[in-house]
Write a protein that binds this ligand. Structure first.
Ligand SMILES: *Cc1c(COP(=O)(O)O)cnc(C)c1O
Length: 394
């Protein structure tokens, strides 16, 4: 099997699995208990918090553990909205191609009376910093922009946007779920006030993540209950998962440069190979993108059919995000960068993992070429295109 869907989830690293098992076996006490056995779990929890905070440039007490990226996005955005509401500021700026954890939270806030501005992204899939600045109003309480897009991998000018938010005294939240563990992220250098991350996107376990909130920014609770996480997130902490997340993040950071340089080579090889297919287009900027992300549209085929046939050949990829597959709507991200419905439907995303080899990339290229040819051979849309009945778009 060639697993090329690391933006959906990653395989846990061996050391993350070992950490999880060993904490579950050896330190299963409740970190809120006062006896030594509970305090041992507490120590593990706090060491994980220190390790994670150091890696992203935060202080330990600026990190709150959550059940993953979605919860972190919800909590950060709702907290900023609540802070805004107290000051009578009810305008939020974000972008059309955010993850649904962000977009759906904003939709809910809209029903509560907040005004939401969603910035466009253009064909390269990158937010224009000046447009963020121009959109900020007297009553703007939050700007929320993702670090790197989960579908097309494009990396946003986070530091510059952060600088503008600082200047305008507007809170800046960053969904960094695709970035943390893969490219350098530092909340201080990047001028980030709030950040979301998720362990299973960097070889940690599923169901665990964290939200960073800069000192002085009060997080509101999504879950009521006990006083865990300084009263900001009730519920007995997932100590084995959190310890494994810290382990996975440390490992990712140690290997980041080597991994990124290898992945970039593999990515560019794949982009070049697939690019030889006629009437195809790379989605998102060719260079300002995550080291492992390749996303293409092909005219005259259905992405879902392509995926199934690739699966038959042992290749795991995705079309659109896992959250939207199963629905008939094409990806909101591909529509946002200007792909029309028909073209957006013919998309495939490969998100490569660090252990991918050149021979795997070549096998993917070969398979994609064959499968696209095969699907086109009986596609009525393709027939109309080559007979001239319909105009090619790509
Ligand atoms: C995966 C992902 C999320 C959601 O994270 P979960 O831990 O699966 O809840 C949020 N934002 C982005 C950009 C993602 O890729």
């Amino acid at each position: 099997m060639i697993y090329a869907d690391n933006a959906a989830t990653t395989k846990m690293s061996e050391s993350a699995v070992n950490t999880m098992v060993s904490v579950a076996n050896m330190s299963w006490g409740n970190p809120s208990s006062l006896y030594a056995y509970g305090q041992k779990a507490k120590e593990i929890l706090e060491r994980a918090r220190e390790d994670i905070s150091r890696i992203v440039g935060a202080e330990p007490d600026e990190i709150i553990f959550t059940s993953g990226g979605s919860e972190a996005d919800n909590q950060a955005i709702r907290s900023a909205a609540e802070i805004g509401l107290k000051k009578g500021k009810m305008h939020i700026i974000s972008s059309v191609f955010e993850h649904h954890a962000v977009l759906h939270t904003l939709e809910a806030l809209k029903k509560d009376g907040f005004e939401i501005t969603l910035l466009e992204v253009y064909e390269n899939g990158i937010i224009i910093t000046e447009e963020v600045e121009a959109a900020i109003k007297e009553n703007t309480c939050l700007v929320s922009i993702m670090y790197a897009n989960n579908e097309i991998g494009t990396i946003q000018p986070i530091r510059e946007i952060g600088e503008i938010c600082r200047k305008k005294k507007v809170l800046f939240h960053v969904d960094a779920v695709q970035a943390v563990g893969h490219i350098p992220v530092n909340v201080v250098e990047d001028n980030i006030d709030m950040l979301s991350a998720s362990a299973h996107k960097f070889h940690g376990p599923k169901g665990v993540g964290f939200v960073y909130a800069r000192k002085g920014i009060s997080l509101s609770r999504l879950i009521e209950g006990g006083a865990q996480e300084r009263g900001k997130r009730a519920g007995t902490e997932n100590v084995p998962g959190i310890a494994a997340m810290a382990e996975a993040l440390k490992e990712s950071y140690e290997k980041m440069e080597d991994n990124a340089s290898h992945l970039t080579k593999m990515r560019d090889r794949l982009i070049k190979g697939i690019g030889e297919i006629p009437h195809s287009v790379l989605n998102g900027d060719a260079y300002k993108r995550l080291p492992g992300n390749v996303n293409y549209c092909f005219e005259g085929i259905e992405g879902e059919a392509l995926l199934l046939l690739l699966d038959d050949r042992g290749i795991c990829a995705s079309s659109g995000s896992a959250c939207t597959s199963g629905s008939l709507d094409p990806s909101h991200v591909l529509l946002a960068i200007g792909r029309i419905h028909d073209v957006a439907h013919g998309s495939v995303r490969f998100s490569l993992g660090e252990d991918i080899e050149e021979s795997d990339v070549d096998a993917i290229i070969q398979s994609v070429k064959e499968v696209v040819d095969y699907l086109r051979s009986f596609s009525p849309v393709w027939r109309d295109l080559i007979s001239g009945k319909k105009q090619f778009i790509l």
